[in-house]
Design a protein around this ligand. Structure first.
Ligand code: BDR
Ligand code: CA
Length: 330
């Protein structure tokens, strides 16, 4: 994928909405160089139903109910059901938005078409490179789409939040939360030839939102500004209490993936072929695949450094503009 920040990108967000998922959605809506063509709901921080309800209410808050929402697969590929892990409920609150209520209620429903079919149709519809699929939760739905329609593997561009190569995991010594939800699905995706950019803890732990930033959203005086500020303050507080290392703010995991989907120049990457450990104490670890070390083609680009200053400034500026111009001004 080669593109400058001026390139206009079509985006599908595959969200487990979630505080930082909410911030990622807000960032894409706030970006003049992106067009959000749909949201597909997955599980992780919340169950799919809650995530999709959050998506619909957030779109209503921003006056963007024109954007379709689809329901994805609601449990890992190796299980029959899913319940929210206790840590996710702590970090994101019982409702996914830090126990702060979204100040809009939508009567809209998710589309009848499922997420898998929507992703397949969309990848087939647009020229290669025009559409980026951005998973920020469990990878079950994306893996199912690639399995159901192998013809899209050569065409799809994926910029995913998940995994870690150089940092410890955040749900154990090795595993990052999104990969850990469904390591088998993640492993299947990495094993394909799909064009993947991995935005993992290597870089997302370097981009922070501080209370100064949330205060600047609150000062806009809009409902959406206050909501984002209150929700993110919850995330900052919990991060300070629960994370081993607190550097003055909450990590902007999912927003960075969304931002790189729009502007790949925000990060520098290392090309490799990855796998996910699916057995033993390292289950959920993302690591180079020793069997494909000599392959000429490397399908995954792992982000290892980030222009944190440029990203965080642009992130807060865009969100401030979004909430200042949204229709629920008071
Ligand atoms: C990821 O896990 C989820 O809790 C967050 O929304 C983010 O996608 C960070 O590891
Ligand atoms: Ca997420």
């Amino acid at each position: 994928m080669s593109a400058s920040s001026e390139t206009h990108r079509k985006i599908i967000l595959d969200l487990d909405t979630g505080i930082d998922d909410t911030l990622a959605l807000s960032y894409v809506l706030a970006s003049p160089d992106a067009e959000l063509i749909g949201i597909t709901g997955t599980y992780g921080n919340v169950v799919v139903e809650q995530g999709v309800t959050n998506d619909l209410n957030l779109l209503a808050m921003y006056g963007r109910e024109d954007i379709p929402v689809f329901k994805g697969i609601d449990h890992p590929s190796t299980a029959d059901s899913f319940s929210v892990p206790p840590d996710s409920a702590i970090f994101h609150g019982a409702n996914g938005t830090g126990n702060v209520e979204i100040p809009a209620h939508s009567d809209a429903k998710p589309r009848d078409q499922g997420s898998v079919d929507f992703i397949i149709d969309s990848v087939r519809r647009y020229p290669k490179g025009e559409l980026v699929v951005v998973p920020t939760g469990a990878l079950t739905t994306i893996a199912a789409a690639l399995e159901q329609a192998p013809d899209i593997i050569d065409k799809i561009t994926i910029v995913m939040m998940g995994g870690s190569l150089t940092q410890p995991g955040n749900v154990g010594p090795f595993a990052e939360a999104n990969i850990n939800q469904d390591p088998e699905a993640a492993n299947k995706i990495f094993a394909t030839k799909a064009d993947i950019t991995m935005i993992g803890l290597d870089v997302t732990t370097q981009v922070l939102m501080s209370q100064e930033d949330t205060d600047s959203l609150r000062r806009t005086g809009t409902e959406a500004g206050r909501f984002l500020a209150d929700m993110t303050d919850y995330y900052i507080r919990i991060s300070e209490q629960e994370e081993g290392v607190f550097l003055g703010g909450c990590n902007l995991h999912d927003p960075l993936a969304a931002a790189v989907a729009i502007d790949p120049t925000l990060v520098t990457t290392f090309a490799t072929n990855l796998m996910v450990e699916t057995e033993g104490p390292q289950r959920g670890r993302t690591i180079g695949d020793p069997k494909r070390l000599l392959d000429e083609t490397k399908n995954t680009k792992v982000a290892l450094s980030v222009d944190a200053e440029r990203f965080t400034k642009q992130f807060v500026d865009r969100l401030r503009t979004l909430v200042t111009t949204q229709r629920n001004e008071q």
